[in-house]
Design a protein around this ligand. Structure first.
Ligand code: ATP
Ligand code: MG
Length: 553
């Protein structure tokens, strides 16, 4: 059961609209431009749009906003669909703004015939120059008063490819002195002799965002068109087009975009990271993309939960990435399979244990009994973490040290008797004796030790590569720093361990499972993994410093 939460402003608007009988049911849309992979900011928009559709028994369309032929690619379309499905949502219809190119062209003709649009021969620089400033009105273009007939002829010629890129544009005829600069005769069509990923070379004129988005909403009968705050000034033009074209009145509503610490969130910047090889690709586990998070081992549930927790606001803010990690830990703590893996191995030899003998220990798979148990082989020579031994222990050290005792998880109590060092002074082996009567589950030793450490039997260990990730940026808000955001990249964001030792149950690890390497963190199988060389990613560390903060949301 989800906890009782007050309605956010969009839910209030929708409930009022439904109560007033304005709509029988609602229809929202998620409108990505296929010019990159989706990031965690898009997840917020997806959860919001699809979530409202589900909550109010309505529907949600997926509409690719593909009106810019130059930056769009089919690879992106496929990745976007994969990511939305992975997040757990299904769209009612898959549409493309480019499907509406003919409708939009007809709409342009309607405006021309109404005397509300004209062909302008000025260059983009000249148009910008005449636009005025927020405090000064703009000036009319000398082509503003062309006749309807002349405009129809010229616009048709634009469509037929008679002009070069930039030679002419179509502008809405609104008001060059309007307080909203976007209403000062905005360009609504431009010439671009470019190949489009869906329409090929059928068109050489393309509608601008403001002449495509609202009309596409209207064609689909979208009731609530939800976008981010930067579109507030566009709303007036959105409404102007719908009103003057006399088409279905979709309405635009704006909410604050998600900004998150220690990352960048614009596709343009993410593309630079990929193209300039700062990361291995869009799905590099350090990327804030959904494919990056997925590869790193994030669950769709944790991302949905995060989007729910941050809520929907009308004011921009910066969310700490630790909150996302908190949501992830909450889920993984309850569901990840517990296993033992040694990341920085050193040998532990049990001098009084029979050589060549193997015992099968029983270890719990998780905190919940329903997760069951598994068998873990135990023998004379084990791997343990280097950091679990101290030659000269500090105060309150409960792990291994000369003369000290610890429990080996799910196995025996051992006592450290001595250790070996190589010429360079590195510890090469730790010698222990074990208490045969201290076996877990049947312990009659009467001895209580404070420390328990994990281990892997050396004879049974699986060698693996383990990739430990840290934040990709050193700065909390790299995009806001002076200079290039890439100067703030963390040079130590990836640490690769090539000789980790895993318990043998992990030979059958699959990418759909998450694992807690006891005391080390949460891990998952990476797509680079092979039978010969397993590769694991650290999804998130165990440590949780965010609980208190998270309660604020
Ligand atoms: P970017 O600036 O990262 O390229 P965009 O807004 O250009 O993002 P679109 O593909 O146009 O990307 O976005 C699709 C939808 O997702 C839009 O409705 C947009 O408002 C929303 N969206 C994009 N970024 C965020 C974000 N950080 N938080 C919430 N919603 C977002
Ligand atoms: Mg966009």
């Amino acid at each position: 059961m989800s906890e009782e939460k007050s309605l956010h402003f969009l839910e209030e608007i929708i409930e009022d609209d439904l109560k007033a009988g304005k709509y029988q049911s609602i229809l929202t849309r998620f409108p990505p431009e296929p010019n990159g992979y989706l990031h965690i900011g898009h997840a917020k928009s997806i959860c919001l749009n699809f979530g409202l559709g589900i909550k109010y028994g309505g529907k949600t369309n997926l509409r690719f906003d593909d009106t810019n032929p130059v930056t769009e690619e089919t690879e992106y379309v496929e990745s976007i669909k994969d990511d939305i499905r992975w997040l757990g949502f299904e769209w009612a219809n898959e549409f493309y703004a480019s499907d509406y190119f003919s409708n939009l062209y007809e709409y342009a003709l309607v405006l021309i015939k109404k005397g509300l649009a004209y062909v302008d021969d000025l260059t983009s620089e000249e148009i910008a120059h005449l636009k005025g400033t927020p405090t000064e009105p703009g000036k009319d273009s000398p082509y503003r008063n062309r006749s309807v007939e002349e405009n129809l002829t010229l616009f048709t010629a634009m469509k037929e490819g008679k002009y070069k890129d930039g030679e002419k544009v179509l502008r809405a005829k609104i008001n060059m002195a309007h307080v909203n600069m976007l209403m000062r005769d905005p360009i609504i069509y431009r010439i671009k002799h470019a190949h489009h990923h869906r329409t090929g070379d059928a068109w050489c004129i393309y509608p601008m965002y403001d002449f495509a988005h609202g009309q596409s909403d209207s064609i689909e009968h979208i009731t609530h068109s939800i976008c981010t705050l930067e579109f507030v000034p566009h709303r007036e033009l959105y409404d102007w087009c719908i009103e003057n074209l006399e088409i279905f009145p979709s309405h635009q509503y704006e909410f604050a975009r998600l900004n998150m610490t220690y990352t960048v969130m614009s596709k343009r910047k993410l593309l630079q990271l990929v193209n300039e090889n700062f990361v291995s690709g869009w799905d590099d586990p350090r990327m804030p993309t959904l494919s990056g998070f997925r590869r790193k081992g994030y669950t769709p549930g944790s991302i949905r939960n995060f989007c729910d927790k941050i809520g929907v606001a009308k004011r921009e803010n910066m969310i700490d990435i630790s909150l996302l990690e908190f949501c992830l830990r909450e889920e993984l703590n309850a569901s990840a399979l517990r296993v033992m893996a040694v990341l920085e191995p050193v040998k532990l030899i049990i001098d009084n244990y029979e050589a060549g003998k193997t015992e099968i220990m029983i270890s719990e798979n998780g905190p919940d009994e329903s997760m069951g148990t598994r068998e873990v082989p135990f023998s004379k020579e084990l791997w343990i973490e280097k950091e679990d031994f101290m030659e000269v222990p500090v105060k309150k050290w409960f792990r291994l040290a000369p003369g000290a005792m610890v429990r080996l998880k799910s196995a025996y109590i051992v006592k450290c008797e001595s250790f070996d060092k190589d010429a360079a002074g590195h510890i090469t082996a730790i010698h222990c004796t074990y208490l045969p009567e201290s076996r877990s589950g049947a312990d009659t030793s009467g001895i209580h030790v404070k420390g328990t450490i994990h281990w892997v039997s050396a004879a049974h260990a699986v060698n693996a590569e383990v990739r430990l990730y840290d934040r990709l940026f050193k700065s909390e808000n790299p995009a806001a720093e002076e200079g290039d955001f890439k100067e703030h990249i963390n040079p130590d964001s990836l640490h690769i361990i090539t000789d980790a030792k895993l318990e043998p149950s992990l030979t059958t690890a699959t990418p759909d499972h998450r694992y807690q390497f006891l005391r080390k963190g949460y891990f998952c199988v990476d797509k680079d993994s092979t039978a010969d060389k397993p590769v694991f990613n650290r999804t998130v560390t165990l440590k949780d410093t965010w609980v208190k903060e998270a309660k604020r949301y």
